[in-house]
Design a protein around this ligand. Structure first.
Ligand SMILES: [Zn+2]
Length: 332
C-alpha cells in the first residue's frame, strides 16, 4: 500500500481550486490549519465560526463527497481549550513559570484535575463543531518552545510527559463521544524527547514535525532525523505514525508575513526525504502548504505542489498532471 499524503492549508486557502488541485495531484488529505503562534486561540475560534457557514460546509462536502478527500483540522488548541479569562478566579488551572509565578500566557497545569476536566470537555465540543473532520483530532498544545508547568506536582515531569497527560485526558473524553477517536503526540521542540513516565495507549499516535530542521537557530538539528525519529517510532509504533513536514510551507519561507514569497521547491530533497520516511515505516506523510492561496497565484501563477504530491500519486493522476504541464518526476 502506498503512503497517505496530506497538505495543510489555512482556512482562507481552502478553496475549490485548491481542493481540485490537491485531488488531481493525488493528495489524499487536506488539513485545515488555523494560523498558529500568538493568534492561535483567536484563529481557532474564527474557524469554529466558519464551520457553521453554508459556504464553508459546501466546500468540505465537495472535497469529501465529490473529490474523495479526507478533511482534517490541525490546530494549536491549549489556549482555546482553557479560556484565559479563568485565570483571575482560578490561577491554579494555569501553568507555573520557572520563577514560581502562575501565568495564563500559554498551556496550563496538567496536574490540575479541574483544568484537565474543562479542557477535555471543551475538546469534545470543539470536535463536534469542526465540520466533517476525521476522527484524528489534532488539538495540539500551544505553539511554543519551553513553557511547561513548573508547579510542585509538574516540576519533575518533562514537556513530553506533560503532553502525555493532556493527550490521555482528551483522548479518553473524545473516545467516549467518537469510538474511533485518536489524538497525535506532536513531537517538535522539547517533545522530540521520549516521555519517561507514560506509555501511549491505543488512541495516541506519533506526529513528528521536524521544525528544528528549518529554523536557523537550530542548524545542529539538520540531518539528525535518525536520532530523533527512530526512538519516537519505536516508542509510539510505526504503523500509525505520521510525519508533518514543511517542504511546501510558504508561510514559513515568507517569514509568516504577506505578501507571500515565490515558492522554490527542492524536488530532490522532497523525493529523498519521502523515501527516507517510507523506509522507516511511515505511511502517513503531510506537509504544511500555507501561503499558496489565491493571492499567491495572482502574484506567481500555479503553486508547485506536485513534487510532493506526485511522489506517491496514483499513476493515472500523475500522468494526467504530466500531460497538462511541463513538470517532470522528482530526481531520485
Ligand atoms: Zn502544574
Amino acid at each position: 500500500m502506498g503512503v497517505k499524503k496530506g497538505i495543510l492549508v489555512h482556512p482562507d486557502e481552502f478553496t475549490k481550486k485548491q481542493i481540485d488541485r490537491a485531488a488531481s495531484l493525488g493528495v489524499d488529505v487536506i488539513g485545515i490549519h488555523p494560523v498558529g503562534g500568538k493568534e492561535a486561540a483567536g484563529s481557532l475560534s474564527a474557524l469554529v465560526g466558519l464551520c457553521k457557514t453554508g459556504e464553508f460546509r459546501a466546500l468540505v462536502d465537495y472535497a469529501i463527497d465529490v473529490c474523495g478527500l479526507t478533511v482534517e483540522y490541525e490546530c494549536h488548541a491549549a489556549s482555546y481549550l482553557l479560556d484565559r479569562g479563568l485565570f483571575d478566579a482560578h490561577p491554579e488551572y494555569f501553568r507555573m513559570d520557572e520563577n514560581g509565578e502562575r501565568t495564563p500566557d500559554v498551556n496550563f497545569c496538567p496536574s490540575s484535575a479541574e483544568a484537565l476536566r474543562i479542557v477535555a470537555e471543551r475538546a469534545v465540543a470543539l470536535a463536534e463543531s469542526l465540520y466533517r473532520g476525521s476522527h484524528d483530532f489534532y488539538f495540539w498544545l500551544d505553539d511554543v518552545s519551553g513553557k511547561k508547568c513548573c508547579c510542585e506536582k509538574c516540576r519533575e515531569l518533562s514537556h513530553s510527559d506533560q503532553q502525555m497527560i493532556y493527550l490521555k485526558a482528551i483522548g479518553e473524553a473524545l473516545g467516549k463521544r467518537f469510538y474511533d477517536a485518536r489524538v497525535p503526540y506532536l513531537a517538535y521542540f522539547n517533545t522530540v524527547k521520549l516521555p519517561e513516565k507514560f506509555k501511549p495507549d491505543g488512541r495516541i499516535f506519533l506526529e513528528y514535525a521536524p521544525f528544528e530542521k528549518y529554523v536557523k537557530k537550530h542548524p545542529e538539528m539538520i540531518g539528525r532525523e535518525a536520532e530523533m525519529l527512530d526512538p519516537l517510532l519505536d516508542f509510539f509504533g510505526r504503523e500509525d505514525a505520521k510525519v508533518l513536514e514543511y517542504w511546501l510551507d510558504n508561510s514559513l519561507f515568507s517569514g509568516w508575513k504577506k505578501p507571500p514569497k515565490p515558492l522554490a521547491v527542492d524536488r530532490g530533497t522532497v523525493a529523498r526525504e519521502v523515501a527516507y520516511y517510507k523506509a522507516h515505516g511511515v505511511k502517513n506523510i503531510a506537509t504544511f502548504a500555507c501561503f499558496l492561496g489565491d493571492d499567491y497565484e495572482a502574484l506567481y501563477g500555479e503553486p508547485d505542489i506536485a513534487a510532493f504530491a506526485a511522489s506517491e500519486a496514483s499513476p493515472s493522476a500523475y500522468e494526467a498532471r504530466l500531460r497538462r504541464s511541463d513538470i517532470r518526476p522528482a530526481d531520485e
